[in-house]
Design a protein around this ligand. Structure first.
Ligand SMILES: NC(=O)c1ccc[n+]([C@@H]2O[C@H](COP(=O)([O-])OP(=O)(O)OC[C@H]3O[C@@H](n4cnc5c(N)ncnc54)[C@H](O)[C@@H]3O)[C@@H](O)[C@H]2O)c1
Length: 253
């Protein structure tokens, strides 16, 4: 896909990996649509991405709100006359052990609230935005590409029962959609980042971060632009489809 003048939607685009992706793609002059729940960050992101070369519009929206998501994607297609790519990137963590056990006694359990908060945004949000995007892509009849942001955690990670379930889910959905939508010229791919230096990760304690970096074969966290470049590669290479691309400095063995 040549990104010039194409319409690219990025959920969770106000900061972190979503914003880094928008900035990286902006140099190719697409029309970028940023969706996020944070209006102040969205306004700042818009300025930065416009300065990097793209035409930008923003929508304040919770990706787990079915009506809002369907309306926004419909509007995006109506306004632009096309929809070429969607990066399902919005995500949250609510880490907790399944059971916190001390001397054989269960002191605490991951709450249903912690479970549902992560499922709603990461899994249901990706489902809703992927479904809405595919609907509009079929209407516009120009093909397209959907990228789901998974995680190395999809293989299982302590303290992340909720998060790992969603990240395994969005990876599997990309493979499923690739099979279902290929006939419509729509490709679907997932990216599974390792530890990348965004707020989500940098909020951890310094000691914990040092320990994590020491365990990564390349001995450092990833940079947001290294994920953004993977998005760019997937969008531009039309033979990449139905796969989960791991970008983790060799951490996953
Ligand atoms: N940073 C990492 O190391 C890492 C590793 C693997 C996967 N990921 C995944 O990459 C994605 C981006 O992560 P990040 O590190 O940039 O996180 P981040 O917290 O910096 O940014 C996430 C963005 O999503 C937005 N968001 C949250 N809930 C939303 C909702 N309901 N609707 C719309 N927007 C919402 C936030 O406002 C924020 O702007 C997430 O899906 C995350 O799970 C990150």
């Amino acid at each position: 896909m040549d990104l010039d003048d194409k319409v690219v939607v990025i959920t969770g685009g106000a900061q972190g990996l979503g914003l880094a992706t928008a900035i990286r793609l902006a140099g190719k002059k697409p029309r970028i649509v940023l969706i996020d729940t944070n209006p102040h960050q969205l306004a700042e992101a818009r300025q930065v991405v416009e300065a990097a070369g793209a035409t930008v519009s923003t929508w304040e929206c919770n990706v787990s709100d079915e009506d809002a998501v369907d309306k926004i994607f419909d509007q995006i297609n109506m306004h632009n006359g096309r929809l070429d790519a969607v990066i399902n990137n919005a995500g949250v963590t609510r880490d907790a052990l399944l059971l916190k056990i001390k001397e054989g006694v269960v002191e605490k359990r991951m709450s249903l609230k912690e479970w549902n908060q992560v499922i709603d945004v990461n899994l249901t949000g990706t489902f809703l935005c992927g479904r809405a995007a595919a609907t509009e892509m079929v209407k516009a009849a120009n093909g397209g590409c959907i990228i789901n942001i998974s995680s190395i955690s999809r293989h299982g990670n302590m303290g992340q029962t909720n998060y790992t379930a969603t990240k395994a889910g969005v990876a599997a959905m990309a493979v499923t959609w690739a099979k279902e939508l290929a006939e419509q010229g729509i490709r679907c791919v997932a990216i599974a980042p390792g530890y990348i230096g965004t707020e989500m990760v940098l909020n951890m304690k310094t000691k914990a971060l040092e320990k994590i970096a020491a365990g990564i074969p390349v001995r450092r966290l990833g940079q947001p632009d290294e994920i953004a470049r993977t998005v760019e590669f997937i969008l531009e290479n039309e033979y990449v489809n139905g796969r989960v691309i791991e970008v983790d400095g060799g951490l996953r063995v």
